[in-house]
Write a protein that binds this ligand. Structure first.
Ligand code: ADP
Length: 478
C-alpha cells in the first residue's frame, strides 16, 4: 500500500474533456503535478459533448441512487485513464444532457442548482464509498460538497475549496434549499444566504477546511469591495484559512519546444519567426518586421473588452498587426467588427479554436491582456513561455506574474512585460506605445523575450504548496 495522500479532485470542467476557460486547464494540469506526492483521482460530469469513444470512457457498472429533497436521482459512474491519470465521470441526464456546460450564451440554465446539486451529492457518495484523505473542490459548481461533508460526520475526508473566479458564485432562489434537501437553518448570513438568495460559493467559503484562490494578489483583492463581489466581508471572516497560490502551466501542452499544433516547434526567436511568417500568411497580412499583437480570450467585460475596443483604432494607426481570437457577448463581436472594418491591420477570428490559439501564441510578439480583474490568468504565462511580452493591467495574477520590463534582471526567474496601473484608455495606449518603442530596439526586446521563454511557469512550486495544505489538514485532523 502506498502511503501517499489520496485526493479526490472535483471540477465541473477538465481539459481535454470539457472546457470553457482556465478552470479546465488547471483541473487537468494541477492533479497531474500533484501526482508525484499524492494519488489523485479527478471527477467531473460526463456531459453530452464529451466524446466517450475517443477517450475510452467506460461504465464502472456501479449505479448510484442519490436521495435528497424528497426525490431520488439515478447516477451512473464512468471512468477512463488519460495521460496516466484516472478520471471518474458522473452521469445523470439532468446534469449532463445539455448543449452547453452551464448555459446558453444568453443565460445560465435555470435548473443549474439542481444540476450541480446532483454533482455535489455524487461527490459525497464517492467519499462514502472510498476513504480519501482530501477532497479538493473548485468554484461554485462543487462548493456545496463542503457543506454536505459537514452533514456527514462519518466521512473523515478534509476539504479544500479553491476560488478560480469570484465573479461566478452560483446564486439561486431560496426555494433551491428545499429542492436540494438542505436545512433552512443554513439560510442565514453566516452560511448560504446572500441578499435573500442562496449562494453555492458561500458554502465552499464557510464550510471548507482550507480555502485557496489562484494568486496571492487576488487573495488580497477579494477582501476589498472593488474585487469582492459582495463577499469581501464574508471572506474577511474566513481570512485565516485563505491562501493565494499561483497557477502553473502544463509544460507538455504549452511549450514551444514540443508543440505539435504549430508549424515550427522552437527554442529560439529565429525559429519562432517561421511561425510568425506562416501565421501572417494565414491571415493574409504583411509585415514580418512589424510587431504582432494578439488578444486571445472570452469576450466579457472581465477581460477588458471595453478598454480594448476603445483603444484599437489608436493602436491600429501604428506600424503593426493586431489579431484577435475569442468568443462571447454579441455587442463585443459587433464592436470589434466595426473597428476591424476601418483598419486593414486588424484581423478577427471568432470562435473557440485551441490549435489556432497555439499558432497565435507562437507567432506573436506581444499579448494584449487589459483584464479589469484577473484571478490568475493563463494567457500571459503561455505568452511568455512562447517568447512574447504581455501588456497587462496590473491586477490579480497578472501583477504576480508579469514584472515591468524596466526592472529587467537577467538573473531573476520571473517573467517580464509591460504593465499599467489604471484601467483607462490613456494608460493602455501609453503601454502600447512603450511596446512599440521597445520593439524598435530589437536587442532589448529579444533579450527579454528570450528570458521569458526560459522562465519556469510550471506547477512545480505551486503543487508543493497545495501538498503542504493537504498535509497540514490531515495532520490537524488526527
Ligand atoms: P479564463 O479562465 O478567465 O477564461 P484564463 O486566462 O485563466 O482565462 O484561461 C484561458 C484559457 O483559455 C487559456 O488556455 C487560453 O489560451 C484559452 N482560450 C481562451 N479563449 C480561447 C479561444 N477563443 N480559443 C482558444 N483558446 C482560448
Amino acid at each position: 500500500m502506498s502511503n501517499k495522500l489520496s485526493v479526490l479532485f472535483c471540477s465541473s470542467e477538465v481539459y481535454p474533456f470539457a472546457k470553457s476557460g482556465g478552470l479546465a486547464d488547471v483541473s487537468f494540469s494541477l492533479p497531474k503535478a500533484l501526482g508525484r506526492d499524492a494519488n489523485v483521482k479527478v471527477v467531473l460530469p460526463l456531459y453530452k459533448s464529451i466524446d466517450r469513444s475517443r477517450f475510452n470512457i467506460s461504465s464502472c457498472d456501479r449505479p448510484l441512487s442519490l436521495n435528497f429533497g424528497g426525490k431520488s436521482y439515478d447516477v451512473a459512474l464512468f471512468s477512463c485513464e488519460y495521460e496516466s491519470m484516472e478520471y471518474l465521470f458522473i452521469y445523470n441526464e439532468i446534469l449532463c444532457d445539455r448543449e452547453f456546460l452551464y448555459g446558453t450564451p444568453e443565460a445560465g440554465y435555470e435548473d443549474n442548482a439542481l444540476r450541480f446539486g446532483i454533482f455535489n451529492y455524487a461527490i459525497i457518495a464517492l467519499l462514502q464509498e472510498t476513504d480519501y484523505d482530501i477532497v479538493h473542490l473548485n468554484d461554485w459548481q462543487s462548493a456545496l460538497a463542503a457543506l454536505l461533508l459537514k452533514e456527514n460526520p462519518k466521512i473523515q475526508t478534509k476539504s479544500v475549496f479553491t476560488i478560480h473566479n469570484l465573479a461566478y458564485q452560483g446564486i439561486f432562489e431560496r426555494h433551491t434549499l428545499h429542492t436540494l434537501g438542505i436545512h433552512e437553518a443554513y439560510f442565514n448570513m453566516d452560511a448560504l444566504e446572500f441578499y435573500n438568495q442562496v449562494s453555492f460559493m458561500k458554502a465552499g467559503i464557510a464550510f471548507s477546511d482550507a480555502l485557496t484562490t489562484v494568486s496571492p494578489t487576488y487573495a488580497k483583492e477579494i477582501l476589498t469591495p472593488e474585487f469582492g463581489n459582495g463577499l469581501e466581508g464574508f471572506l474577511l471572516l474566513h481570512k485565516v484559512k485563505l491562501k493565494g497560490i499561483i497557477n502553473g502551466l502544463d509544460q507538455e501542452h504549452f511549450s514551444p519546444k514540443n508543440d505539435r499544433l504549430i508549424l515550427q516547434p522552437y527554442t529560439n526567436l529565429t525559429q519562432k519567426l517561421v511561425n510568425k511568417k506562416a501565421y501572417l500568411k494565414e491571415i493574409k497580412r504583411k509585415g514580418i518586421k512589424k510587431p504582432l499583437f494578439v488578444f486571445i480570450g472570452r469576450f466579457t467585460s472581465q477581460k477588458g473588452m471595453d478598454l480594448l475596443i476603445d483603444s484599437l483604432s489608436e493602436f491600429a494607426k501604428n506600424e503593426c498587426n493586431i489579431a484577435i481570437l475569442g468568443e462571447g457577448e454579441a455587442e463585443y463581436c459587433e464592436a470589434l467588427n466595426a473597428v476591424a472594418k476601418e483598419h486593414k491591420n486588424i484581423h478577427l477570428s471568432f470562435g473557440y479554436d485551441e490549435a489556432l490559439s497555439h499558432r497565435m501564441y507562437a507567432a506573436a510578439d506581444f499579448l494584449l491582456m487589459p483584464s479589469l480583474f484577473e484571478p490568475c490568468g493563463l494567457n500571459q504565462l503561455i505568452a511568455m513561455s512562447y517568447g512574447q511580452l504581455p501588456i497587462v493591467h496590473r491586477v490579480g495574477g497578472l501583477a504576480d506574474t508579469v514584472h515591468n520590463y524596466k526592472k529587467y534582471d537577467a538573473k531573476s526567474s520571473q517573467g517580464y512585460g509591460i504593465d499599467f496601473k489604471e484601467a483607462s484608455k490613456r494608460a493602455f495606449i501609453k503601454a502600447f506605445h512603450e511596446a512599440l518603442k521597445l520593439y524598435s530596439d530589437k536587442k532589448s526586446y529579444n533579450k527579454i523575450a528570450k528570458h521569458n521563454m526560459n522562465c519556469d511557469f510550471s506547477w512545480k512550486r505551486s503543487a508543493q504548496l497545495y501538498i503542504q495544505i493537504y498535509i497540514a489538514l490531515v495532520k490537524g485532523g488526527k
